[in-house]
Ligand binder design. Structure first.
Ligand SMILES: [Zn+2]
Length: 216
């Protein structure tokens, strides 16, 4: 029975690496996939992992109907055995419905990988729809760690080194945005609530009575 499976986790939990591993293992068995992604760090039409692996992928732009894309490939004689989706949190809710249709109408497995919640601890719409529709939700076993050593369950956004809890839901990291440097860090819930990133914790340890001074 084909399934829609949502592999969920924080950033840095190895989602893309696992997606690439699944693709590799299945290719070794002669199984071919369509890989969708959105806003991968390596650029449009790529699926990459932090460990340096990269493969070609189809950019799931908001205009793309994923179901019709797969139908078209099949009708042109292409071989599609299953579908992989990375950065699934960035998909529109309607595109998640299209994934369910690929499972139900085309009898293909769909493995979607994504972050569940954003830096404000709110569900991404794409992830919410996946939780609603998936046959299975798997929490990834490679767990990310907070700087304190606890399991990292939350994503923090920093702007110029300071943790923020307001702003646009999607801002791709490491990109200068109007001269602001946006970064991300995974934290445990306790330190997400206290807004303590590794940098502020380090500054606090050096001078406990003084707020971290930023220069430049
Ligand atoms: Zn912590």
């Amino acid at each position: 029975m084909p399934e829609l499976v949502f592999f969920s986790g924080t950033m840095d939990c190895g989602k893309s690496t696992l997606a690439l591993q699944i693709a590799h293992n299945r290719a070794a068995r002669g199984l071919q996939s369509v890989i969708f992604t959105r806003d991968d760090r390596a650029g449009e039409g790529k699926l990459s992992s932090r460990l340096g692996l990269v493969t070609e992928a189809v950019e799931a732009t908001p205009e793309l109907d994923l179901y019709h894309f797969v139908v078209e490939r099949l009708s042109r004689g292409g071989k599609v055995d299953y579908v992989l989706v990375d950065e699934a949190q960035f998909l529109l809710t309607g595109q998640i419905d299209q994934l369910a249709r690929i499972v139900d109408d085309l009898n293909l497995d769909v493995f979607a990988f994504g972050i569940t919640t954003d830096f404000r601890t709110r569900l991404f719409p794409g992830s919410q729809r996946l939780i609603e529709l998936a046959d299975r939700v798997e929490a990834l076993q490679v767990e990310a760690m907070c700087w304190c050593g606890a399991r990292a369950t939350h994503n923090a956004r920093t702007v110029d080194g300071e943790m923020v809890v307001e702003g646009e839901q999607v801002v791709v990291g490491d990109v200068g945005m109007a001269a602001e440097i946006v970064g991300y860090e995974v934290l445990c819930r306790r330190h997400h609530r206290r807004r303590m990133t590794s940098a502020t914790a380090q500054a606090g340890a050096l001078s406990p009575d003084v707020l971290p001074v930023t220069s430049g």
